[in-house]
Design a protein around this ligand. Structure first.
Ligand SMILES: CC(C)(COP(=O)(O)OP(=O)(O)OC[C@H]1O[C@@H](n2cnc3c(N)ncnc32)[C@H](O)[C@@H]1OP(=O)(O)O)[C@@H](O)C(=O)NCCC(=O)NCCS
Length: 435
């Protein structure tokens, strides 16, 4: 058994036993109440799931196993010559709740390198799609087609004890994570570079190699950006749509390939992960309409009002949980301040940071007028030459795999049951109100 797998097994056994005891003693205790508004309002804030890998505070933002994004930068190992953390380290932290050493992280890079094979038939399936197929459609199709390699489903069919679910779950999760950069880079080069693919570089880490295979920029800062990007998008507790979908589908004992593909169909929605594409599309439309990439504050303000007037949302602003500027936005802003000088798209994003919140606040209904991660990510990608914005959600998806698949391992190791909340009819609501 490998070192990470063994550590995960020991930790999960301990926690499983502890949780069983707590449930036995306190199982009937009330932890939350649900209001009518929450039942109608997309279940906002209803506590109904265990998610160990991260927790989201409305004001502080995301913490991964208790660590904020600046703390991750300080505490996780980084590659020599770079200051951004390696996503391998975050996965290690999320999976077993311990900070990895440099040696641990190097081991994980090598392990994912060994596991990164994408089956030949997956590449053929993708090649059979029209060339202008949205990259997320290609990504989801590719992930589903790799399910043929799934170990969990095979072991289940052979007859596997419930107590063993964690084992093939771990193997599938690791294989899937390892192969995603190869799959995603294949889609990028196929869609935008006539299928001129770039061979992996075995000396690189997981995110560094992804950046290399994308072939966007020779600038080492782009590699650094990818390490940071893959770290900050990895997890946002369990209630967000892509995490919750992966969790729900996994609870039926669908394997990680099916569960993650389902999660990615959630991420592909414009109110969730597709917002990163929508932000740059919105900015490019504005620039084209105005005929300048240096719009004045008044011009931006007018464009924001026009968008709202058409009954549309301003992409990249607002959040279902956060009530302050997203720390992931702040981390990207910090990266841009340190590494990018006077870029027109980045400048527009910074102007929007000033201009949009008071306008949204003025509507009197937006609970969070501040920018989220998607408001900033695209502008930095554009700076390094990755301006094919339809591809952005794939990048988000590769990163999101780290959190949702680590959590899926936990769900099976802890013996989490089939998820089955209760729905009610409007008549039932009226009857309750009449009582
Ligand atoms: C993320 C989002 C879906 C959260 O939705 P939510 O929890 O329902 O947000 P709120 O409770 O603040 O919504 C209340 C109202 O404000 C509106 N609102 C919220 N964010 C808005 C925005 N960025 N632009 C315009 N209106 C917005 C909502 O559409 C809703 O309007 P309605 O009552 O007419 O339906 C929402 O803020 C949004 O659509 N943002 C833009 C898309 C985006 O950036 N998504 C990525 C999120 S990480």
């Amino acid at each position: 058994m490998d070192r990470l797998k063994e550590a995960f097994y020991i930790k999960s056994l301990e926690l499983k036993n502890e949780m069983r005891q707590v449930l036995k003693e306190h199982g009937s205790r009330k932890m939350d109440e649900v209001s009518l508004q929450q039942i109608f309002g997309g279940m906002r804030g209803v506590k109904s799931m265990i998610w160990e890998t991260s927790a989201l505070d409305p004001v502080e933002g995301i913490r991964f196993r208790g660590l904020s994004i600046p703390e991750l930068k300080d505490k996780l190992p980084s590659r020599e010559g770079d200051t951004e953390p390696l996503p391998e380290g975050l996965f290690w932290l999320m999976l077993i709740g311990e900070l990895p050493t440099e040696e641990d992280v190097n081991w994980l890079s090598d392990d994912w390198e060994r596991r990164r094979n994408v089956p030949e038939h997956t590449l053929r399936v993708i090649d059979s799609l029209p060339i202008d197929t949205h990259p997320m459609t290609q990504f989801i199709t590719g992930i589903s087609s790799m399910q043929t390699n799934g170990i969990f489903t095979k072991r289940y069919a052979e007859g596997m004890s419930k107590s063993d679910y964690w084992d093939p779950m771990y193997e599938d999760a690791m294989n899937l994570i390892a192969s995603l950069p190869t799959l995603a880079a294949y889609i990028y080069r196929r869609s935008y570079f006539k299928g001129e693919h770039i061979a992996p570089d075995d000396t690189l880490d997981w995110a560094g190699n992804f950046a290399h295979m994308l072939g966007v920029s020779d600038n080492p800062k782009f590699m650094s950006l990818m390490r940071m990007y893959m770290t900050i998008h990895a997890d946002h507790e369990g209630g967000n749509a892509s995490a919750h979908t992966t969790h729900l589908v996994g609870s039926t004992l669908s394997d990680p390939y099916f569960s993650f593909a389902a999660g990615m169909t959630s991420l592909a929605g414009p109110l969730h992960g597709l917002a990163n594409q929508e932000v740059i599309k919105w900015i490019f439309n504005m620039v084209e309409e105005l005929g300048t990439n240096e719009p004045t504050d008044d011009q931006i303000r007018k464009f924001v009002h026009e968008t709202l007037g058409k009954g549309q949302v301003i992409p990249g602003f607002g959040h279902a949980v956060l009530r302050r500027p997203d720390p992931r936005f702040i981390a990207l802003k910090r990266f841009a301040e340190e590494n990018i000088e006077n870029d027109p798209t980045v400048n527009i994003v910074w102007k929007m940071f000033e201009i949009v919140p008071p306008i949204l606040q003025g509507l009197g209904k937006v609970k969070n007028p501040w920018p989220n991660v998607d408001a900033h990510s695209g502008s930095i990608l554009v700076h390094y030459g990755l301006d094919q914005y339809q591809y952005y959600t794939v990048l988000f998806g590769v990163s999101r795999a780290l959190g949702v698949l680590a959590s899926l391992c936990w769900s099976r190791a802890l013996g989490m049951p089939l998820e089955r909340p209760k729905s009610v009819t409007y008549d039932w609501i009226k009857t309750q109100l009449a009582k």
